[in-house]
Design a protein around this ligand. Structure first.
Ligand SMILES: Nc1ncnc2c1ncn2[C@@H]1O[C@H](COP(=O)(O)OP(=O)(O)OP(=O)(O)O)[C@@H](O)[C@H]1O
Length: 292
């Protein structure tokens, strides 16, 4: 039996300060190599917390309190720090939400893409420059020779996100965590960037955990989907099946509430109150503390 690329079991996280409000309540998720798994839910559902727990970059206020996160069979939560940091940036990479704050404003973009290749692949000189240029071409940046010498503020938001995609895929990671990578972009650019991520992951055979509040994005990009509500998995499965025949009332409501892509300004509509109430009741009856 092949080992999943990523296998999360019973992941729990909570606020560090009393009363230690739980944020993740036993999240399970399995990702096979080369697959794209969408993590979807409303704001505050815990999507980013899952992504950050995988990357070991949870804010100080949040701690993992239970469960396992296995990457190719090894538990990231139990790994020696030196081993964990050798995986980050080489086997596991991040495409962040906000390209401007992820890039160093004082360094040219070519140098920033080159960092991972120098550090993780030992590339130098002309070979390194060639590789950076070919990555920029791969993410469809015209005139890469000129772009490597630019500073982040000299590029558009879409170009900056392409630069970060190039940086994430530069060292051929096995797993990419994409945390709402198109939220800051306008709708037309969003579509191009999504297509680009899909193409890059297919070409590089990369597994992707894609954090989004947008089921339209899930439909376009993801093989599998996990629906989160208040830190708990409500529904999980192959995207086509879940979207065509959602088993849970919350998923159905989320589909109905999703922004219409033919009307980009339509926004997300609220989930009906009775469904939220029923979900909270399910949690209480499931034996968990009624903490909110
Ligand atoms: N730095 C922090 N300190 C305290 N609580 C936090 C912090 N970051 C997140 N939280 C809390 O953790 C919970 C889950 O947040 P998370 O960011 O994972 O949700 P999300 O589903 O990604 O939502 P969004 O789409 O708004 O980012 C929320 O209740 C949030 O208030």
């Amino acid at each position: 039996m092949s080992v999943p690329l990523l296998e999360i079991r019973g992941l729990e996280a909570a606020l560090v300060r009393p009363p230690h409000a739980p944020l993740l309540r036993g999240v399970d998720l399995t990702l096979d190599p080369g697959q794209v798994h969408g993590l979807v839910g409303e704001s505050g559902a815990g999507k980013s917390t899952v992504g950050k727990a995988i990357l070991g970059i949870l804010p100080k206020a949040i701690a993992v309190t239970g469960g396992t996160i296995r990457f190719a069979g090894e538990d990231l939560l139990k790994m020696r720090p030196s081993r964990f940091f050798s995986l980050l940036g080489r086997d596991i990479a991040l495409i962040p939400q906000d390209p401007m704050s992820a890039l160093n404003p004082a360094r040219r973009v070519g140098a920033q893409i080159a960092d991972g290749l120098r550090l993780r692949r030992g590339m130098r000189g002309a070979k390194l420059r060639e590789k950076v240029l070919s990555l920029l071409t791969e993410v469809q940046i015209a005139d890469p020779e000129a772009v490597i010498a630019r500073y982040p503020h000299e590029l558009s938001g879409g170009m900056r996100q392409r630069v970060l995609i190039a940086a994430a895929f530069a060292v051929d990671p096995k797993l990419v965590i994409a945390d709402e990578p198109t939220t800051a972009l306008d709708v037309t650019v969003q579509k191009e960037v999504l297509r680009l991520i899909r193409r890059m992951q297919a070409r590089h055979g990369t597994g992707v955990v894609f954090v989004t509040h947008d089921l339209g994005v899930v439909a376009q990009l993801c093989d599998q989907v996990t629906v989160l509500f208040e830190g708990r998995v409500v529904e999980q499965g192959a995207t086509a099946a879940v979207l065509a025949q959602p088993a849970h009332a919350y998923t159905r409501a989320l589909i109905e509430a999703s922004p219409r892509h033919d009307r980009p300004d339509s926004g997300m509509r609220p989930i009906p109150e009775h469904i939220i109430t029923a979900l909270k009741a399910e949690r209480v009856h499931g034996g968990e503390a009624a903490d909110g």
